[in-house]
Ligand binder design. Structure first.
Ligand SMILES: CC(C)(COP(=O)(O)OP(=O)(O)OC[C@H]1O[C@@H](n2cnc3c(N)ncnc32)[C@H](O)[C@@H]1OP(=O)(O)O)[C@@H](O)C(=O)NCCC(=O)NCCS
Length: 330
């Protein structure tokens, strides 16, 4: 029988731009208030990339930090997978920019588009390359400049999103340390209208009209997302824990996509988990789509919230519709 190699997260990194956009700043742009935003979403502020900066500029320091933590040189990276819906360009891929900047001269790589579930699609994809023996060192990145596709005239969406990047290094597990245990990924394209950027692709290329009518910005049906997200998060956590052979009550930390604090808390209550199990930094960064899980993971590791042997669950859902969950032992 062919033995499947186990895969572990060997290092984490994150980068957040310095510029802060607080709720009060948004209240000067649209008809909203700090109180409304905090009560409905849990968000106090978010980070915005400097003018002229692109997604790879946020990703590169995050990747460097993850490589350092994993004690891995750029030359030994085999593969770079970047989950993003805000690539630097349509082409070349953001993975190419990162590869050149860090000097990963032996790596290949590509971008992957699954919106807020993107990091968990990329994590599961990267894992397959190590399990199959095609790669030993895989860098998985979630990075976004969502401010570039956010309409700061639309109060329904502009309060939600921010910029940032996170990265992990995947390596074969030595069996004693942590391992990725189980993964679920899914899509339901019939929900494609719930969240989308109408223009800029082949369906509606850029034109004067598309710019004038603000079609290059995100459109989100928040209430529908809300209803979908709570139920999906509960189902995914239960299913991935079951497949990994652990009870929900044995999960030390859930590191979810940072969608909305009320969604996260309502899922936690339904899962009958105590306060503190759900890791959240949404108050400081808002929703950074594919970047939100690796940023939260990095902060949890740095802050001592995860210990060797802990059972972790990552869970995400977003445009597509798309979703994912990964159970891991740290
Ligand atoms: C967006 C979200 C915060 C809205 O919260 P909500 O409680 O569902 O609020 P509603 O959409 O029902 O809107 C309630 C009212 O507040 C108003 N409102 C919307 N945004 C507002 C804002 N920023 N400030 C003040 N009022 C606002 C609405 O116009 C509405 O007014 P109306 O009742 O007169 O029409 C919430 O639905 C959410 O977090 N959804 C998921 C997030 C998401 O989509 N993330 C992206 C994909 S992962």
């Amino acid at each position: 029988m062919v033995e499947v190699r186990q895969v572990a997260i060997a290092g984490t990194g994150a980068y957040l731009p310095e510029r802060i956009l607080a709720n009060d700043d948004l209240a000067r742009l649209v008809d909203t208030s700090d109180e409304w935003i905090q009560t409905r979403t849990g968000i106090r502020e978010r980070r915005i990339a400097d003018e002229g900066a692109a997604t790879s500029d946020l990703a590169i320091p995050a990747v460097r930090q993850a490589l350092e933590q994993a004690h891995v040189t750029p030359e030994s990276v085999d593969l770079i997978i970047v989950a993003t819906i805000t690539p630097d360009h349509v082409f070349p891929s953001t993975a190419c920019h990162i590869q050149a900047a860090i000097g990963a001269e032996n790596a290949w790589g590509f971008d992957l588009s699954a919106a807020c579930a993107g990091f968990l699609f990329a994590l599961n994809t990267g894992r397959q390359f190590i399990e199959s023996g095609q790669a030993n060192t895989v860098v998985v990145v979630g990075a976004e400049c969502l401010s570039r596709i956010t309409d700061y005239q639309d109060r329904n969406t502009c309060i939600l999103f921010g910029d940032g990047a996170g990265a992990v290094v995947l390596r074969p597990s030595d069996g004693r340390s942590g391992a990725l245990l189980e993964a679920i990924n899914g899509i339901d394209g019939s929900g494609g209208e719930v969240m989308k950027v109408p223009a800029g692709g082949s369906r509606m290329p850029a034109s004067y009209e598309s710019v004038e009518t603000r079609q290059h910005f995100m459109r989100v049906r928040g209430r529908e997302v809300y209803r979908f997200a709570v139920g999906k998060m509960v189902d995914l956590v239960r299913e991935v824990a079951d497949r990994a052979g652990i009870e929900v009550s044995q999960i030390a930390r859930i590191i979810p996509h940072q969608v909305n604090l009320r969604i996260l808390e309502s899922a936690r209550t339904r899962l009958e988990l105590p306060e503190g199990v759900i890791v959240s930094n949404i108050d400081r960064y808002g929703n950074t789509s594919a970047a939100s899980i690796p940023i939260a993971l990095h902060e949890a590791v740095e802050g001592g919230l995860v210990k060797p042997g802990d059972h972790l669950v990552f869970v995400a859902f977003g445009a597509g519709l798309s979703w994912g969950a990964v159970a891991a032992r740290w």
